[in-house]
Design a protein around this ligand. Structure first.
Ligand code: HEC
Ligand code: HEC
Ligand code: HEC
Ligand code: HEC
Length: 209
């Protein structure tokens, strides 16, 4: 038989559970925010990513040193907005960690890293494309991009329909990689061989599985 006391007892337990769960949930969200914040920083990303290929060109770019002083960090461009999406990106990003640890490619080796750079750049561009370059719109508003030539405003108004920023703007802040359409593996291999004084054919040999 359920007395009023029993009902009170149950609700009180439920209440306590809810309060504990609520605090736990809040703590978890706070942890996620802190986690996302740390794991979006340049410091974190460059524990693995090459300074020369990724970070040095970035430091010379107008996204690092704009007149306005507004600096885009790695995470501003590469990690989606909102704590849940950001956490999702970091979870997906753990494949980076997996590759770093278990891939047959030694990404810490500058030659290997440069040889595999085009694949990384293409994958990154696809990532932006799949999100309509939404992280760019954190800071840039399409209609507000005027440029110093009238044509620039017109291009954005008339030609960007259905296109993603990275369809036109690639090689913004990293070592340049040609577009997939114009990319030529042979030419890239030669460039790497020249840069590191390797024998002709060495690049193809290293790329072979
Ligand atoms: C534990 C080491 C490690 C950390 C930390 C790390 N990455 Fe990676 N990342 C890799 C490896 C390994 C790859 C795959 C090889 C490559 O393409 O260079 C990769 C690939 C990428 C790519 C290429 C596209 C893709 O999806 O493969 C992007 C973009 C990228 N990382 C961005 C970042 C950003 C931004 C951060 C910081 C938020 C970061 N990474 C942190 C190791 C790491
Ligand atoms: C202004 C936006 C922006 C910022 C800031 C930025 N990236 Fe990128 N990143 C891109 C774009 C766009 C690509 C696609 C390749 C390209 O066209 O350069 C890319 C590509 C990459 C790749 C794939 C390999 C390559 O070089 O193309 C890695 C790894 C990467 N970024 C890591 C980082 C890290 C680490 C930082 C911080 C030091 C950073 N990015 C800062 C926009 C950005
Ligand atoms: C954190 C804010 C921020 C983010 C995110 C960002 N930008 Fe920028 N971007 C800037 C600032 C600031 C400048 C420099 C403007 C100035 O002061 O001249 C700039 C300049 C540019 C320029 C002109 C100069 C150049 O280097 O060619 C282009 C093009 C551009 N951004 C495209 C992009 C694209 C594409 C993305 C997404 C991959 C992006 N931006 C993400 C803030 C940002
Ligand atoms: C159809 C191709 C196209 C698309 C799509 C496009 N842009 Fe551009 N954008 C251009 C061209 C071309 C220029 C002029 C480049 C130059 O003068 O070097 C330009 C210039 C810029 C500039 C520099 C303006 C200045 O002050 O000189 C910024 C910032 C910029 N674009 C941001 C973006 C962002 C952010 C997006 C996505 C929301 C985007 N663009 C989409 C073609 C495009």
């Amino acid at each position: 038989m359920s007395s009023p006391f029993n009902i009170l007892f149950i609700t009180r337990n439920v209440l306590i559970a809810l309060v504990i769960g609520g605090f736990g949930g809040m703590g978890f969200i706070l942890f996620l925010i802190e986690f996302d914040h740390h794991t979006s920083s340049e410091e974190f990303c460059t524990t693995c990513h090459s300074m020369e290929l990724v970070a040095l060109p970035y430091r010379q770019s107008s996204h690092y040193n704009p007149e306005s002083g507004v600096r885009a960090s790695c995470g501003d461009c590469h990690v989606s907005e909102g704590v849940l999406m950001a956490t999702w990106d970091h979870t997906m990003g753990s494949k980076d960690l997996f590759k770093q640890l278990f891939s047959s490619v030694d990404y810490d080796d500058p030659v290997e890293n440069l040889l595999h750079l085009p694949q990384a750049a293409f994958a990154a561009r696809e990532w932006f494309r799949a999100r309509q370059s939404s992280t760019c719109s954190r800071c840039h508003t399409l209609e507000a991009i005027m440029g110093d030539r009238p044509a620039i405003a017109q291009i954005h108004r008339e030609e960007s329909g259905g296109k993603s920023c990275v369809d036109c703007h690639i090689n913004l802040v990293h070592r340049p990689v040609p577009s997939r359409k114009t990319f030529n593996q042979e030419r890239w291999n030669r460039m790497v061989e020249e840069e590191f004084n390797l024998a002709t054919g060495e690049a193809a040999k290293r790329l072979a599985p």
